[in-house]
Design a protein around this ligand. Structure first.
Ligand code: SAH
Length: 479
């Protein structure tokens, strides 16, 4: 994040705008809308666009050249004279006093930048592209304008009126948050949007009377996060990610996806390294039970699909035994996501009529797999967790009758910007993979469909500078 978004309270404060033209007038308008007094410094007369503002008594025009003394007593400064040298001078004078200053259209000469704004006061949404693509943020703003009902402000104002009574009923932040989430997701919001505010107030009062302050047992959401690319999350996953009180996640969950969880949710890393289970499975199961019993909505976030090599079944078995409610959200499993993004159709009328998913996890240096079944013709085999055992895998397949020339691929961090695909055959893949220095997670695909990659490969990401897949957050988890 290059900029920290904050909202400034300028009500009754003084702002300085240097410039008398249209650009400056736009900034002055915003400032007046935010309740500020505005001093405008411009030696000449003000542009017509200032006319309406002058009718308010909130603007003072100092018809003189800018001097540093104009900064006395002001809270924020806009340099909008459209004269580069003068704007720079304003910037330097304001910076010397550590005043927040914005030089219009010069992000380098700004201590803060202005977002595109959607105003549903008291709800305000600000969108910024960090000065990189202002048009893009304006387009995004236009989209959000259509998404956020015009009466959102009225809903927020209604919530504001109920703040006192709700606080009385629910002494804890947790209790209040739950009440508001229920209330705002209930038909109350629709009542306000359709102009039935009295009915909405009546319903809110009723909800307050009926609710008790006791914290019940929470719930566990066992949610698949897909193979790494946030675009591949389901709507339901996203909704639950944004509601949960605590996120229990492991190493396969990519950082951009974690970033989409509710900001103030606690995060608990229970990641597993290969051969090194950071937190034993039994313990994870019991952590989920304990957190839910504290009344929390627990998001158990897993890479890929929770029921495919995800041990999701074991986790919910424990929950069931302890009477903890849960729901499961399926997701794109690595085989589906990675194969699509690598341009390898897993089935194809000319190549494969069956698909087999197996784990290549080594136990005592061997793989306990049904090799005869795997080596049947006309099928595709996808091997999860197979990088370490790649040599064994290829050898065993050949030993069980698969030609050494069978196409095979290994894909690193599929669906993400770090995706890398190495293709070869059962004979050549181990050496090719070794020299490619692949980073986990990787997926192996064996079968004649792999030969289609060359023609169908469509995803060519620019690799990121920072190629870390997982960065356990340094934020302490409350356990
Ligand atoms: N539940 C997960 C799988 C967990 S097992 C799912 O449904 O996808 C972990 C293995 O999944 C990794 O060792 C790797 O083989 C595979 N995997 C998960 N995400 C991947 C990705 N983006 N690219 C390549 N392999 C991936």
């Amino acid at each position: 994040m290059d900029y920290l978004p904050i909202f400034l309270d300028l009500r009754g404060k003084t702002a300085l705008v240097v410039g008398g033209g249209d650009v400056a007038a736009r900034k002055a308008t915003l400032l007046i809308n935010a309740g500020a007094w505005v001093n405008v410094v411009a030696p000449g007369p003000l542009a017509e666009s200032y006319d309406n503002l002058r009718k308010t008594d909130r603007i003072i025009h100092r018809q003189e050249a800018f001097r540093p003394e104009h900064l006395d007593g002001v809270e924020v400064v806009f340099a909008a004279s459209e004269d580069d040298a003068l704007d720079q001078q304003v910037y330097e004078a304001a910076s010397a006093r550590h005043l927040p200053v914005n030089v219009v259209d010069k992000p380098k000469s700004c201590s803060f930048i202005m977002p595109s704004i959607i105003d549903r006061s008291p709800v305000v949404v600000a969108v910024s592209s960090g000065g990189e693509a202002p048009v893009l943020s304006r387009l995004l703003r236009a989209r959000l304008e259509t998404l956020i009902p015009a009466a959102y402000g009225r809903l927020a104002a209604l919530a504001g009126r109920f703040k006192g009574p709700v606080r009385k009923h629910f002494p804890t932040t947790e209790g209040r948050r739950k009440f508001w989430e229920n209330a705002l997701l209930s038909p109350v919001a629709e009542m306000v949007f359709s102009g039935r505010e009295q009915e909405a107030e009546y319903t809110l009062n009723k909800m307050l009377e009926d609710s008790s302050t006791a914290v019940g047992v929470g719930e566990v959401y066992l949610v698949g996060a897909g193979p790494g690319n946030p675009d591949l999350l389901t709507f339901r996953a996203l909704r639950l990610m944004q509601q949960a009180d605590v996120v229990v996640y492991d190493r396969l969950v990519s950082p951009p996806i974690l970033d989409m969880c509710r900001r103030d949710a606690d995060r608990l890393y229970v990641g597993k390294e290969r051969d090194n289970h950071a937190v034993p499975q039994d313990e994870i199961n019991m952590v989920l039970v304990r957190l839910a019993r504290e009344g929390k909505r627990v998001l158990r976030l897993k890479g890929g699909d929770p029921f495919i090599f995800g041990r999701g079944g074991e986790e919910i078995e424990t929950l069931r035994e302890h009477g903890v409610p849960f729901q499961v959200v399926p997701a794109v499993t690595a085989a589906a996501g990675v194969a699509s993004y690598a341009g390898i159709p897993l089935t194809h009328r000319d190549h494969a009529q069956a698909l087999v998913l197996v784990t290549g996890h080594l136990k005592d240096g061997t793989m306990d797999l049904d090799w005869d079944m795997l080596c049947r013709p006309k099928q595709t085999i996808v091997i999860y967790m197979g990088l370490k055992g790649l040599v064994t895998l290829c050898d065993e397949m050949k030993k069980h009758g698969m030609p050494g020339s069978t196409p095979a691929a290994i894909v690193q961090q599929g669906t993400t910007i770090n995706q890398k695909t190495v293709t070869g055959t059962l004979d050549t893949l181990p050496a090719l993979a070794a020299s490619a220095e692949l980073k986990p997670p990787t997926l192996i695909i064996v079968g004649s469909v792999v030969s289609l990659h060359e023609k169908l490969n469509w995803f060519h990401p620019e690799p990121a500078k920072d190629d870390h897949w997982h960065t356990p957050l340094d934020r302490p988890a409350s356990m």
